[in-house]
Design a protein around this ligand. Structure first.
Ligand SMILES: O=P(O)(O)O[C@H]1O[C@H](CO)[C@@H](O)[C@H]1O
Ligand SMILES: [Mn+2]
Ligand SMILES: [Mn+2]
Length: 402
């Protein structure tokens, strides 16, 4: 019996990317950004004690080789992460010209991004007039709000009241190839927001903008505004078959957990569950019991990134890692002979860094169900090749490191 559980810890990078100097947060290059090392160092200094305390405690992940992977990737100090690995571990470098979620996931699934993504310039307005006109026509509004680079939680608090008054959608972007629309779930309407994003997506994809994202929120000016989990992403489809297709074509079931369905536009995916990370973790535990022989379970846990990395919340990120570590320890107890668990990440999002955008970093690659052993410094596509080879599939790209 062979099964693969490929689990992406969104944004849990480990520094050391060879081209970090070509990626930026505000005006600062990402060289030196290191999500895991900087969290571990801040925890050890006693400066990340909200809702937790002391050095970063990740016994299961560190036991597989997390600290060793950080040190290999970047040479950084990893206080608290000092175990001798019992898993099969390494660190992977990304080649795609992008440090966002689709770039990372496509490449982990065997397809480096074959084009340059489109981006919107800094400043305001940042969107072309014809795009703004199209939004207004589809939304039936006289204008849009935002029209700039922004953090999603900041901009709804700045413009939420104005949005309720005018009814105009809040449109913003980031350092990633995204066009995001925030709108109130009841005042603007959730379905209306999702329909608007769906209708806009083809024109934005033609500009090589990777995703149109609906960002619904609730609340009012007095109590404050808060995003809901009803986010929807309309992404460009991968232009070539990826790991999910390889497995499906070989007759295996492909079970998505979390954003995976959106990221791959359901290409090669039989079913996908959604919800908070806590709910997704229950789904993952359930799949340990039910995923069939020959299957790929492909999961993404996004809250490291969306709740803590972009918000530059070091203590929150540490809490999320410690929760995940406990859960993954319980998951490993449920694994049966022939199961391969691969834990990795899609990019960095160093919560100690300047700005609010992702950071270009290597990512840890940790395997349970095999080992112990060392994969060394590998490429993102080798993750796909390893997963495929474990299921008896000859990978068209990459090299299995097992
Ligand atoms: O600030 P928020 O809205 O969370 O946006 C973040 O989420 C986007 C999509 O994942 C990224 O491009 C980043 O800018
Ligand atoms: Mn991501
Ligand atoms: Mn992100």
């Amino acid at each position: 019996m062979a099964r693969v559980f490929l689990v992406v810890m969104d944004s849990v990078g480990c520094g050391g990317a060879v081209d970090a100097d070509r990626f930026f947060n505000e005006a600062l290059p990402d060289s030196g950004a290191n999500t895991l090392a900087h969290i571990a160092q801040t925890c050890a200094e006693g400066h990340a004690d909200e809702g937790r305390s002391g050095p970063l405690m990740l016994p299961h992940l560190d036991g597989l080789g997390l600290g060793a992977a950080v040190r290999l990737a970047s040479g950084a100090q990893t206080p608290g992460l000092a175990a001798t690995p019992t898993g099969f571990w390494g660190a992977a470098n990304e080649r795609s010209p992008g440090k966002d979620t689709p770039s990372g996931h496509w490449e982990l699934a065997g397809l480096p991004v074959p084009w340059d993504w489109g981006y919107f310039p800094k400043g305001s307005p940042c969107f072309p007039e014809d795009l703004v006109a199209k939004v207004c026509e589809l939304a039936q509004t006289d204008g849009i709000l935002g029209n700039c680079h922004a953090s999603g939680t900041v901009i709804i608090n700045e413009l939420g009241a104005e949005h309720l008054r005018s009814g105009w959608p809040i449109c913003y972007t980031s350092a990633d190839s995204v066009f995001q629309i925030a709108a109130h779930e009841t005042h603007f309407g959730l379905e209306r927001l999702i329909d608007l994003c769906r209708a806009l997506a083809p024109s934005l994809h033609a500009m090589k903008i990777g995703r149109v994202i609906a960002r619904p929120f609730v609340g009012d000016a007095e109590t404050g505004f808060e995003r809901t989990t009803n986010r929807r992403d309309f992404a460009i489809a991968p232009p070539e078959p990826v790991l999910t297709n390889w497995v499906q074509d070989a007759g295996g079931a492909v079970l998505g957990v979390g954003k995976i369905g959106d990221i791959f536009t359901m290409a090669g995916i039989d079913s996908c569950t959604k919800g908070s990370d806590a709910k997704l973790m229950q789904d993952l535990h359930g799949l340990a019991e039910t995923a069939p022989d020959g299957s790929l379970t492909f999961a993404n846990f996004v809250e490291f990134d969306s709740l803590y990395g972009h918000r530059r919340d070091i203590a929150g990120y540490a809490r999320a890692l410690e929760w995940f570590d406990r859960e993954i320890g319980a998951f490993m107890q449920k694994m049966t002979p022939g199961d391969l668990l691969i834990l990795t990440a899609d990019h960095g999002n160093d919560p100690s860094w300047s700005g609010t955008d992702h950071t270009r970093e290597r990512v840890p690659v940790l395997c349970a169900g095999v080992g112990p052993g060392e994969a060394g410094l590998i490429d993102f596509v080798d993750v796909a090749a390893t997963a495929a080879a474990h299921l008896g599939i000859m990978p068209p790209r990459g090299r299995s490191f097992l």
